[in-house]
Ligand binder design. Structure first.
Ligand code: CA
Length: 427
């Protein structure tokens, strides 16, 4: 992508209806200057902490802070490596905090990160929070869930109807914090097209709202409204967990802006010869010239010895150089667990009659509760949206119908009395 392409983002987090703490943390960082952006990229993070009480909250907050700080200060020119280093650094911070006292023993967090860079989108990930990309009418899950369910399926194939792992949905197989060493998935760089919309979320959202719904809502609504509706939907369906959504939509390149050249910088770890080696080559070359000169001036013995020795020296230097280069390549850590991009799951996500009717049912159930309990809703605006939605649905314009009914649902949910005992639809 180009620096000139704007990125519209939105962050929404909610404690849910069952938990006492919000253990999710997140951030959306937009580089303010082009030079900084070329080096790193815009950064988006979602972490879902675990460990109970305030421990999970601390783990996810430490992870977001460390990832952001380390990534933005990195001296690497490859943002994929910077992202990997940042997640490893966050693991060290959370792990050492977790080792400090017994109360922090179970401390851990998921960590899903997205960098929008000049090379493309790069995803760094551990745990079962998710990163999605919406492109036109398709939603792709860019991350692999490190959960028992997904790992089991990867190993044994699709076990639908044979083994039911749904009750173990929350068991995660990899996370940041419990171990001193971690295995991080890096995906990408993934080419970015204008209009691509990325979404990161915690499982509090993805367990309640399915991929086609997430995609259709993301497609039809601006990021801020989409994020709000998604979090509301998680709560409407019981809100058993904290839910967090971070959305980043990449805009078009403005028509009056000529794109600057995208420079792909060389890697820092390219092979370089030290001064000692260069001096060796220079000395061997000098001896070779001297030897040849002696041969030309009839000093056959001295010339042959000097030339022979310099040739042996040059061969030894070349062998040494090749060996050193190999050892550098071998010792470069393979920091990118997965560099070839392929979505892990994909679904068609279009606004449909079915989605409209689902939202309309939610709206009418919410309406009943809200009117009975006297919630402070702007009923005039609500009525206008419902009418517009119904008219659009009659004309089979389901995009407009979904947008309008979404507005109506949000108007009611924004007025939900959170500390009261109000019953909500689906609860
Ligand atoms: Ca969670």
């Amino acid at each position: 992508m180009y620096w000139e392409q704007t990125v519209q983002s939105a962050v929404e987090t909610d404690i849910g209806l069952r938990r006492k703490n919000n253990e999710d943390s997140s951030c959306a960082y937009h580089c303010p200057e082009e030079v900084a952006w070329r080096k790193t990229g815009h950064l988006f993070v979602v972490c879902d902490g675990m460990g109970g009480h305030a421990v999970g909250e601390l783990a996810s907050r430490l992870a977001v802070e460390t990832v952001t700080h380390t990534f933005l200060k990195s001296s690497q020119s490859d943002p994929a490596k910077s992202l990997h280093q940042a997640i490893v650094a966050a693991n060290q911070v959370v792990h050492s905090k977790g080792s400090q006292n017994a109360d922090f023993h179970q401390m851990g967090t998921t960590c899903t990160t997205l960098a929008l860079t000049s090379r493309g989108a790069i995803v760094g990930h551990i745990g079962d929070s998710r990163a999605y990309r919406l492109r036109r009418d398709r939603i792709d899950q860019l991350t692999f869930d490190h959960s028992l369910e997904w790992e089991f399926e990867r190993k044994h194939g699709n076990l639908d109807g044979i083994v039911n792992l749904a009750q173990h949905r929350n068991v995660i197989t990899r996370s940041l914090g419990p171990d001193s060493l971690i295995d991080v998935d890096i995906e990408g760089p993934i080419p970015i097209l204008p209009g691509d919309t990325f979404l990161l979320c915690s499982d509090g959202l993805s367990n309640q709202v399915d991929d086609p719904e997430i995609g259709a809502i993301l497609r039809e609504l601006p990021p801020k409204q989409a994020a709000r509706l998604l979090v509301h939907l998680a709560n409407i369906r019981g809100g058993p967990d904290n839910s967090t959504v971070v959305i980043a939509r990449v805009g078009d390149l403005p028509a009056n802006v000529a794109p600057s050249n995208v420079e792909i910088e060389e890697d820092d770890d390219r092979f370089q010869l030290g001064w000692g080696w260069l001096l060796g080559y220079w000395a061997a070359a000098m001896f070779l010239v001297a030897g040849i000169a002696m041969l030309m001036f009839n000093k056959q013995v001295q010339g042959a010895v000097t030339t022979g020795l310099s040739v042996i020296g040059l061969v030894a230097l070349i062998i040494g150089t090749v060996r050193q280069r190999r050892s550098q390549v071998v010792h470069t850590p393979d920091e990118s667990h997965t560099r070839i991009f392929r979505p892990h799951r994909t679904a068609v996500s279009l606004p449909s009659k079915d989605l409209f009717e689902r939202l309309a049912t939610i709206d009418s159930e919410l309406q009943r509760s809200a009117r009975e309990d006297g919630w402070d809703v702007s009923w005039n605006d609500h009525g206008k949206s419902v009418t517009a939605a119904e008219e659009a649905a009659k004309d089979r314009r389901y995009g407009k119908a979904v947008r309008e009914i979404a507005k109506a649902v949000c108007l009611i949910m924004d007025a939900l009395p959170r500390k009261g005992t109000a019953k909500i639809a689906g609860d």
